[in-house]
Design a protein around this ligand. Sequence first.
Ligand code: SF4
Length: 305
Amino acid sequence: MTTIGIPKGLFYFEHHLLWENFFYNLGCNVEVSDDTNKEILDCGVKYCSNETCLPVKVFHGHVYSLKNKADYIFIPRYTSIDKNEYTCPKFCGLPDMTLLNLKRQVKVLEVKINVDAKPEETFKSLREIGKTLKIRYLDVVEAFKAALKIYDSSRRNTGIFENLLSSGIDKTAISLLGHPYMIYDSYLNMKLIDKLRARNITVFTPRDIDHDTKRKKAYPFEGKIFWDIGFELLGSAFTFASSPAIKGMIYLTPFACGVDAFVLEFIERRLKEQYNMPLLKLTVDEHTGEAGFDTRLEAFLDMIG
Ligand code: SF4
């Protein structure tokens, strides 16, 4: 049976249900890499240039860790996952970049996702997967549609924040903003969510807000073409900032993220001008020490009370 390796980085945190089920439906074994650890991080750092953002470095480490455990490593090529929304350029070139940096030590399978401009590309790449795995094209399409259905139903649980607001929040609540592969990777974020919960703090993230609300609140890009993650972060920031229940905001950003350099500037400026919302910006790279990170966090939590 063919084994497909799925790296636990980048797209994994939002789309793992889709891709794991897709390959299960095709009758493949699925091998997911371990949670991020020092060995994975060091390996990614070794294969990438210094200027590469931290999550992409870590992703390389995950791919390498699957080298002898899988026949193919799955790396989707995301260009756009919604109308008028585009991914960061690193996602568009991820299969090529990883293959070249790792000097072709792994075999890569990709699916192209370009919903805004060329949705037909997905089906062309599904045909290629069928050829590689020797599975009929129609069966590959069926497997994809069935996996998409499971993924779509898993996403209906958003809007938690709005629901909780109407019923009241009784503990200190803060919002945590950042890319899913930062705020849900407990090695990269140094167990930030656990640390906050240990202080009896309720933590809200962009996942807790409904998709359309985030698009409507993504000032000044509402209704325009923009990065998908930009909509997520701007929309979440201004939804949380409008709520008196939220006492402060933490923005966790990886070193060398071009998108954050732009989006964070808009958030910082508007929070200062229009909202009375304390903001803690935490930048993380492969050299960040936990002691300094914790000190800044403690000082911020003491300030918001
Ligand atoms: S959005 Fe930022 S962190 Fe994510 S891949 Fe692009 S540059 Fe890296």
